[in-house]
Design a protein around this ligand. Structure first.
Ligand SMILES: Cc1cc2nc3c(=O)[nH]c(=O)nc-3n(C[C@H](O)[C@H](O)[C@H](O)COP(=O)(O)OP(=O)(O)OC[C@H]3O[C@@H](n4cnc5c(N)ncnc54)[C@H](O)[C@@H]3O)c2cc1C
Length: 358
């Protein structure tokens, strides 16, 4: 039985732990913080989609990612997902281009008129003239999903070590064979780095330079209010959704999926206030929406914006990506199989980390 050690108890590490224990591996998850999902996975918007993408292969990966969510929800039999669809709003010519590009991929959508949008979201103060409706998209609470996956992995025998920062990787010859902790070393047949924004320093210790982008975000949740938004709304410059408890969630920085900001706003509270003001203006009625809580976090984004998934050297694997909510269950399925000796998945071939050190 292989001993696999995973660094990081975010959604990616938890998903891998779940699939690896299911496949019979002995799994240990090592997490620096005192709880799972305290970093990106605990501060995510949670949108599962393939309407946003960077390359055709990235779109296809995201479509496969959405299918993997359905498989996972059947396996877990948990009520964590909401497949509420997404209304995508852009200016006319840009919307036409998006529609043409997605049609070419065979990605289903309806082109809705203003009247149809008003019927679908009657609370909107000024329904846009047009929107694309992606019925197949949805959302999940990534922190809840992380906890559910880790609990299943633990029930199947995985060990989870919290408050345990990994200081470095142990290498013998050309193979990685363990981790260095403050308390000593632990041995592993395979190590998976699922450490999000902190992956690069771990690899640097072995001479692998993983470029990472700086992509901070601020996520805001309002108080719970009666239902006013069934689908996710992806407006130019703002995305939002309402969860099953009635809270509205929105990334505060403009257009979070393609956000290029490298630093957090100098005054995050002022940005939160501005976001609340435009949020209130979106809806009819008095401006009652206020912040229940907000938090800043960094998205783990490899240097070219695309996922970095696969082998680094003998005994060492990497799983670092943005859109880890959309892609997490697929990454868990495919990478867990590869770690245990399955043939390399063609889906992952454009996203191998080796592209950074050819
Ligand atoms: C504001 C925001 C909005 C987002 N919106 C979306 C969205 O709508 N849809 C989508 O698909 N994706 C979205 N994302 C991205 C998605 O949340 C991330 O891609 C995903 O959560 C990454 O999961 P992860 O497990 O790789 O990283 P993380 O959740 O950051 O987990 C990494 C873990 O590794 C641990 N760790 C790091 N270094 C060490 C070490 N040396 N030793 C031990 N442990 C270590 C950390 O403590 C952490 O717990 C968003 C992200 C943000 C921040």
């Amino acid at each position: 039985m292989q001993q696999v050690v995973i660094i990081g108890a975010g959604l990616i590490g938890a998903g891998l732990a779940y699939r690896l224990t299911q496949a019979g591996a002995r799994v240990t998850v090592v997490e620096a913080q005192g709880a799972p999902a305290t970093q990106a996975s605990g501060h995510s918007f949670g949108w599962i989609n393939a309407s946003y993408y960077l390359t055709p292969a990235h779109h296809h990966l995201r479509v496969a990612g959405m299918a993997a969510h359905h498989r996972l929800s059947r396996d877990l039999d948990a009520d964590l997902w909401d497949w509420q669809g997404c209304l995508w709003v852009e200016d006319g010519p840009t919307l036409d281009q998006t529609a043409t590009d997605l049609s070419a991929f065979g990605y289903a959508f309806e082109d809705l008129s203003q009247a149809q949008i008003a019927t679908m979201v009657p609370a909107l103060a000024h329904p846009p003239p047009r929107a694309l409706n992606f019925r197949q998209e949805g959302a999940v609470d990534p922190a809840a999903l992380t906890r559910a996956l880790l609990a299943k992995a633990q029930a199947a025998g995985a060990t989870v070590m919290l408050n345990t920062p990994v200081l470095g990787l142990v290498q013998r010859g050309d193979a990685v064979c363990g981790l260095r902790l403050t308390t000593g070393e632990i041995a592993a047949d395979q190590v998976i780095v699922a450490a999000g924004t902190e992956a690069a320093p771990l690899l640097a210790g072995l001479g692998f330079a993983l470029p990472m982008l700086q992509r901070p975000g601020v996520i805001l949740a309002t108080q719970a209010v009666p239902p006013r938004l069934a689908p996710i709304l992806a407006l130019h410059g703002q995305e939002l959704r309402q969860d099953s408890l009635g809270r509205l969630w929105l990334p505060v920085a403009a257009h979070h999926q393609a956000d290029r900001a490298e630093t957090l706003p100098a005054n995050p509270q002022a940005s939160v206030n501005a976001a609340l003001q435009s949020l209130n203006a979106l809806f009819q009625g008095p401006p009652i929406l206020r912040a229940d809580h907000w938090a800043a976090a960094f998205r783990p984004v490899p240097g070219d914006g695309l996922p970095a998934l696969g082998p680094v050297t003998r005994g060492l694997w990497l799983a670092v990506l943005h859109s880890g909510v959309t892609l997490g269950p697929l990454v868990a399925e495919t990478l867990a199989a590869e770690v245990l000796g399955a043939r390399a998945s063609p889906l992952l071939s454009p996203f191998r980390p080796a592209r950074f050190w050819p």
